[in-house]
Design a protein around this ligand. Structure first.
Ligand code: LLP
Length: 457
């Protein structure tokens, strides 16, 4: 008997879930089948159908705690980890992160509302975006949410609003530090050529511009250099650059006391990935900011960071049911599942790789077949795995894909009018729905037939 999928036998890192492929509570029962959070996946699918997103509560909480604890350990000043909700935004996620004392980063009125309704305290929410609408900016200001100014257009409107209310308004600004990091082109944000934030060369003009406003008070700086980053040096450099910008701003009379260094820590999607731990990442940033402040005799600012993927990705799995097989002699065997690019657009968008196993034979005993796992959408590129090794499997068997907690449900679509899967939370043998499954008729809810077409028979 040859067992493959050694990732399922690796020792789990409880303190830094981003270093594991599987959620912390993953186990293989006496029957040799996969379970999570003490729940048999087969039973969950019998009850809730497939495809199915599942989140593991213990993994989520451990990730939040790892950020909090590391900041308390390494940063002598005040600090706040802020969950980047674009990774996975829901009432449940808002509740969970706020129960762990984290703040939340939102980029739209929808994400803001989800945070507020989920109980995140207003003062712990930051509002980002390179093209906020008037309505969104007004909503944020009315609700005392920290607006991160991305460009002059934001500044104009905030100036107007503060003049109208005749009240002081504290702002933070986002700038591009010009740091290159090794990640997919689409998820790099800190290089000079980016749509986000002010160019670093523009900051002096910006500082004098803010000085000319009556009510705007520049209190914070923000930068985010990219996502799924495995190197530590870019974040070390970022800390130093941000402290230099604080010094520059001081020359213009601005006392910046908040530094938000963004997110970006990578996770382990496959056995080839080896991201730093949350502890190492936070230590790097904290040390870099602390040292630079000491060197320049500056008081320590409040340190904020904005992890998204490394909080939620490893906590999530997606379960699919196998349907059709197509063997092309001498070429490949396609195995099609009941989901695909509408519930996980990352493989087709970024050529992302994941790890997977059969729920009924997770260790892949006697695996000898290579399959290409295709989604069910009308698009040839809708392929979740190219050439994955699996033991014999048949129509009706279940496949578990790991690491899907981030940027899956939040980037999902209804392409081909396919309803979104349900999402469950599992913990201690209990499973609860956190997002209901859509039905095909739900998808008609926003369709409208103009009267004259109704009258036509
Ligand atoms: N803060 C800001 C301002 C961001 O733009 C982002 C991510 C984060 C924090 C969180 O970054 P994280 O810790 O998750 O790396 N859809 C892509 C990822 C896009 C990330 C966008 N910004 C993907 O699926 O890989």
């Amino acid at each position: 008997m040859e067992e493959k999928n050694s990732f399922l036998k690796e020792k789990i890192d409880l303190k830094s879930p981003n270093k594991n492929i599987v959620p912390i509570s993953t186990s293989i029962g006496e029957d040799g089948k996969l379970s999570i959070g003490g729940c048999s996946i087969e039973e969950l699918v019998k009850k809730y159908d497939s495809p199915l997103y599942i989140l593991d509560e213990i993994t989520l909480r451990n990730s939040c705690r790892a950020y909090k604890q590391a900041l308390e350990k390494y940063y002598p000043g005040e600090s706040l980890p802020i969950y980047a909700s674009k990774a996975n935004s829901s009432l449940f996620m808002s509740k969970l992160v706020s129960s762990e004392g984290l703040g939340l980063d939102a980029v739209s009125e929808g994400e803001l509302l989800t945070a507020l309704k989920g109980g995140v305290p207003n003062e712990k929410i930051v509002f980002h975006g390179n093209n906020k609408s008037d309505k969104e900016i007004e909503f944020a200001v009315r609700n005392n949410i920290n607006v991160i100014v991305d460009n002059d257009y934001d500044l104009d409107r905030l100036e107007k609003l503060s003049n109208l209310s005749n009240n002081e308004l504290e702002i933070m600004i986002r700038f591009t530090p010009g740091i290159e990091c090794h990640t997919h082109e689409y998820i790099k944000t800190g290089s000079f050529d980016s749509k986000f934030g002010f160019g670093i060369e523009y900051l002096e003009t910006l500082f004098s511009r803010i000085n000319k406003t009556k009510h705007l008070k520049l209190k914070g700086l923000h930068a985010h250099i990219g996502s799924q980053i495995f190197e530590l040096d870019p974040h070390k450099d970022l800390g130093e650059i941000m402290v230099k910008v604080i010094l520059e701003a001081k020359k213009y009379g601005h006392n910046i006391d908040k530094l938000n260094v963004g997110g970006g820590l990578g996770i382990k999607y496959t056995e080839n990935d080896d991201p730093p731990s949350i502890d190492e990442w936070v230590r790097t940033i904290s040390t870099s900011v602390t040292k630079a402040c000491k060197k320049h005799n500056l008081d320590l600012p409040i340190l904020m960071c904005e992890p998204g993927r490394s909080i939620v990705s490893t906590a999530g799995i997606t379960i699919y049911k196998i349907g059709a097989f197509k063997k092309i002699p001498g070429i490949r065997t396609y195995l099609s599942v009941d989901g695909g690019m509408s519930d996980n657009p990352r493989p087709i968008t970024y050529q992302s790789n994941y790890s997977a196993c059969l729920v009924g034979n997770p260790l892949n005993i006697n695996s000898k077949n290579k399959y290409t796992i295709a989604g069910k959408h009308c698009e040839s590129g809708d392929v979740l795995f190219k050439e994955i090794e699996l033991s014999d499997c048949k129509t009706g068997d279940l496949i578990c894909v790991f690491g899907t907690g981030a940027y899956n449900i939040s980037m999902s679509s209804n392409y081909n009018r396919i309803p979104r899967p349900a999402a469950l939370l599992v913990c201690d043998g209990e499973a609860e729905i956190i997002q209901k499954r859509e039905s095909p008729s739900d998808l008609l809810k926003y369709d409208v037939l103009p009267d004259r077409f109704i009258k036509q028979s």
